[in-house]
Design a binder for this molecule. Structure first.
Ligand code: GTP
Ligand code: MG
Length: 199
């Protein structure tokens, strides 16, 4: 799929105020600093459409982007960021779960995990929660530029093995890097296919 236009629409802390248009929507979720905002910039060929930072906790609101005038990409705050206060964490948690509960136009979620790390309980629990709530998702492994090809393969296989302890099959997944554009075509192609199926 070719990205012809990408524009920032709106930031919200209230799910009720998110765009009402009903355009098909795709949300990026995952731990703080995993690379959600960077991936949006990579996919849309824009350096700073979504704000990124080396320090975790940069994205604090639900950000809607309009792509090719007919679908939405959504940048969400990260979960599991240790340095925010407990009460802030609760607020984040609440609007993240509300987002997934209320956005009927969400076609699928993308759960981002850093390819360098072993499966983390917080990510596995979040995927479990999505499954229990009937919310479709794919996994996006990020920062693949940080590993050599054989290490990438090994880490993906390890992840698969852990998931297959609780899941019947491995969820759909993508290996990506925002630094060198690994996975860009596959991911955009997948979204394009889903969009086509919506019509
Ligand atoms: P929060 O908004 O805090 O939840 O973080 P985020 O998930 O949006 O992460 P963000 O895109 O802001 O990136 C966090 C850091 O990781 C930044 O320093 C990015 O430059 C870096 N980063 C993101 N993607 C990649 C990647 O593919 N490769 C490398 N090497 N670094 C990356
Ligand atoms: Mg972010």
């Amino acid at each position: 799929m070719l990205i012809k236009s990408a524009e920032f629409l709106v930031s919200n802390s209230d799910v009720e105020k998110c765009p009402k248009s009903g355009l098909p929507e795709y949300a990026f979720i995952g731990r703080s600093n995993v690379g959600k905002s960077s991936l949006i910039n990579m996919l849309t060929n824009r350096k700073s459409l979504a704000k990124t930072s080396g320090r975790p906790g940069k994205t604090q609101l639900i950000n809607h982007f309009l792509i090719n005038k007919n679908w939405h990409l959504v940048d969400l705050p990260g979960y599991g960021y240790a340095r925010v206060s407990k009460s802030t964490k609760k607020v984040f948690q609440k609007f993240i779960t509300q987002y997934f509960a209320l956005r009927e136009q969400l076609v699928t979620a993308f759960v981002l995990v850093d390819i360098r790390h072993k499966p983390q309980p917080i990510d596995l629990e979040f995927m479990q929660w999505l499954g229990e709530n009937g919310i479709p998702f794919s996994i996006i492994f990020t920062k693949a530029d940080k590993l050599k090809p054989n290490a990438i393969e090994r880490h993906v296989l390890d992840y698969k093995n852990v998931l297959l302890e609780t899941w019947e099959e491995m969820p759909n997944y993508f290996v990506t890097s925002s630094s060198n554009e690994t996975g860009k075509e596959e991911l955009l192609g997948y979204i394009g296919e889903l969009n086509a199926n919506m019509r």
